[in-house]
Design a protein around this ligand. Structure first.
Ligand SMILES: [Mg+2]
Length: 239
């Protein structure tokens, strides 16, 4: 079959014309490899992803308004994760697909240093509201110290106004760094009551881990109240 004939058939099919011998679409192994997987396409293309993220932020804001009530301005904080919570690295993931590679330390470093992460939907509105209500915003991320300045610039460039950014030393566990925020150690803000956590990984929430999956529902009690989880089907501790 000539290429022209194939083109005609495809065109007539797309236009809804009858085509008795419409060609069956085939995908070459190369094209399949370069096509993002379903979870990445969900993040990239679906309205549902945006809606889920914005919904979480909106519900967080409603809860926060209640929690801020009666609390002195400057006495409390919201702790947030950075990646896939405040900023999106979908550009990195799509780039890796194009290059035909998986996540790697080296390519991640290049991405972080490029400062090209974008703001997550709803994040800036939420953060601005935290500050308006008298709260402080502490971003506790597992990006490395060597990447912290690039991260800071990236956050500022996309319009995120925060009070404290704490990157990772050696320990991935964030509890020590949350405690610094609470106790006012090295934050320049004094002691703060942490009233809410926002993240995309179960480890972004105190006392939580993957074993909760099979635990009783009561373990999830703080979600939707002081813990707000954003969807991230691309990567996480669930892997
Ligand atoms: Mg994250």
């Amino acid at each position: 079959m000539t290429n022209f004939r194939v083109l005609l058939l495809i065109t007539s099919t797309l236009l809804g014309c009858s085509a008795q011998t419409a060609p069956v679409a085939t995908t070459s192994p190369v094209a399949a490899k370069l096509e993002p997987g379903k979870e990445m396409r969900w993040v990239r293309d679906s309205a549902e992803y945006f809606a889920a993220v914005i919904q979480a932020y909106r519900l967080a804001e409603e809860q926060l308004e209640k929690r801020a009530h009666g609390r002195e301005a400057g006495s409390w904080a919201v702790v947030m994760d950075a990646d896939e919570t405040v900023i999106s690295n979908l550009g990195y993931s799509l780039g890796r697909v194009e290059e035909g590679g998986d996540w790697s330390e080296e390519s991640w470093k290049v991405w972080v240093q490029s400062e090209r992460a974008t703001a997550m939907p709803g994040a800036i509105v939420f953060i601005d509201r935290v500050r308006e209500l008298g709260g402080r915003v502490a971003i506790v991320t597992n990006r490395r110290q060597a990447d912290c300045e690039a991260t800071r610039r990236n956050l500022v460039a996309v319009g995120v106004i925060f009070d404290h950014l704490r990157c990772k030393d050696a320990e991935s566990d964030k509890s020590g760094r949350w405690e610094e925020v609470r106790a006012g150690v090295g934050t320049g803000m004094g002691p703060l009551e942490i009233v809410m956590w926002v993240g995309d990984n179960i480890h972004d929430f105190p006392g939580m881990d993957q074993s909760m999956r099979t635990a009783e529902l009561e373990v999830f009690e703080d979600f939707g109240r002081r813990f707000f989880l954003l969807p991230n089907p691309l990567y996480g501790s669930w892997e």
